[in-house]
Ligand binder design. Structure first.
Ligand code: SAM
Length: 226
């Protein structure tokens, strides 16, 4: 996929996504904050390390990462320069938001890829993960969030999403293989996001369902050996 692909959506990325996920009764912010909360639970709120939001787009997740991990430094990387122009100025003041991979540090404590992998052509996925793993500090973690292709509602949402045309979704088994081949130890493998807004009273149960392959998305975390 061309690096320019997301440039055309930069101005109205959030609105397009809000419309696409409306079937859940939630908006794009709900899904971004869900991921930030998940990571804050894994790391603890006092985490004060360096984070890279790889494929940060307009910085929707980055903002929630800063909110839920307030002592961390958040950097962002994206191939879409126009998306980066929309990143909030407060984020840009505290970290580096760039499309130049040569500027990225080599000692990130956490690197997050949220719904980025399915935009990378299959033949390049392993190489991209290995490159990213090379930017982790010892014991650093790589967190990958992806759409769950086994969930029919997710597949329907992806089919209708204007920027998901021609993407190839990845099952957790494919994603975990990339992590293993990049010599990262798999430390979490969780299904997430089960309940639409209509069933929000049942959301406290979601953490107990992490094993159930029906979540709309999944999260895998790999850790770098020393
Ligand atoms: C669906 S958006 C997700 C944006 C953000 N992670 C979020 O959760 O809101 C996918 C993003 O991945 C970026 N992307 C695609 N291929 C990439 C690559 N090889 N390297 C870095 N970013 C990439 C796109 O430009 C786009 O901003």
């Amino acid at each position: 996929m061309s690096s320019m692909h997301f440039d055309q959506f930069a101005g109205d990325y959030k609105q397009v996504l809000d419309k696409t996920v409306a079937i859940s009764g939630e908006d794009s912010a709900y899904f971004a904050e869900y991921k930030a909360r998940y990571l804050a639970r894994m790391l603890s709120r006092d985490f004060s390390g360096k984070v890279l939001d790889f494929g940060c787009g307009i910085g929707l997740l980055s903002g929630f990462l800063k909110q839920h991990l307030p002592q961390s430094r958040i950097d962002g990387f994206d191939v879409s320069r126009e998306s980066l122009d929309h990143v909030d100025s407060a984020l840009v003041e505290q970290g580096l938001f760039t499309s130049n991979a040569d500027l990225l540090a080599g000692d990130y404590d956490l690197i997050v890829l949220a719904n980025v992998m399915h935009h990378i052509v299959v033949a390049q996925r392993q190489m991209v993960i290995e490159d990213i793993a090379g930017h982790l500090a010892p014991h650093g973690k790589l967190a990958i969030f992806e759409h769950n292709p086994a969930n029919p509602v997710t597949r329907r949402v992806v089919d209708r999403c204007p920027f998901d045309k021609d993407v190839t979704l990845l099952a957790p088994s494919e994603t975990s293989q990339y992590l293993r081949k990049a010599r990262l130890r798999l430390v979490r493998n969780d299904y997430i996001v089960f309940m639409p807004r209509l069933l929000s009273c049942l959301r406290p149960l979601e953490r107990c369902l992490a094993w159930l392959p029906l979540g709309a998305q999944y999260a895998l975390i790999g850790e770098k050996h020393v």
